[in-house]
Design a binder for this molecule. Structure first.
Ligand code: ZN
Length: 230
């Protein structure tokens, strides 16, 4: 529910940090990579005590700054997209849980093919892998330290729901029960990743998706993802 029609004024800052610039750029980037296509996937960034979120069900590669929804830190919508009044806002509850429960500053949701396949090949409540170089750019959310190859990377897998915002219950539970994770997989749907800024989030997302792709191939070739070589 929109309570007021406010104008969002951007303070002077590094252009790289302004959500209305960086979010459309990242949308195009992930569209070109095939992770955010067909209206699926979303990005959110906290900036100047406000949350900027992509609307759902739109062509993400064509999003511009004024398309972004703006909410306060409690998820109350401050500004709807000005370019299209029919845009949906189903991502807000999911992102709000991540921002509030993890004090995140940026979060990305993709429908990447590798992540979706992983949730089908790893048919349990968690994806687990060890002894992989790409793990070293993933952080432990409790310690803030990067994982080491001897560690186990564990990502919870929650079950999918009919509507995007129906995931919020399972998402909040997974956030509570898995304090060390920086990502949550949704069965046959995709992935949420978050971090203390958009660059950290982007870096971890790329590593997660690369790890999922490798793990899927390990399953194909009957290699145990938890087998250590060192
Ligand atoms: Zn989705």
């Amino acid at each position: 529910m929109i309570t007021e029609n406010i104008e969002i004024i951007m303070p002077e800052t590094d252009a790289e940090e302004i959500p209305t610039q960086i979010i459309p750029e990242l949308c195009r980037h992930y569209y070109n990579l095939g992770s955010i296509t067909g209206g699926g996937g979303a990005l959110a960034m906290k900036y100047d005590s406000k949350i900027y979120i992509t609307p759902s069900g739109v062509e993400k590669e064509k999003i511009i700054g004024e398309d972004l929804l703006v909410a306060d830190e409690n998820g109350k919508l401050l500004k709807n997209a000005t370019s299209n009044k029919n845009l949906k806002m189903s991502f807000i509850p999911n992102f709000m849980h991540i921002f509030k429960m993890r004090n995140a500053v940026a979060a990305i949701h993709t429908h990447s093919k590798a992540a979706i396949l992983t949730t089908m090949l790893f048919d349990s409540t968690h994806f687990r892998i060890t002894d992989l170089q790409n793990m070293k750019d993933i952080k432990n959310a409790v310690t803030g330290l990067n994982l080491k190859m001897k560690d186990t990377l564990s990502v919870p897998i929650i079950e999918n729901e009919e509507e995007e915002d129906d995931i919020q219950v399972g998402l909040a539970e997974a956030l509570r029960n898995n304090p060390e994770t920086h990502a949550i997989l949704i069965r046959k749907h995709g992935l949420y990743v978050w971090g203390k800024n958009w660059k950290e989030t982007k870096l971890m997302l790329e590593n997660f998706e690369s790890i999922f792709e490798i793990a899927n191939n390990m399953k194909l070739y009957r290699v145990n993802p938890m087998e250590r070589k060192v």
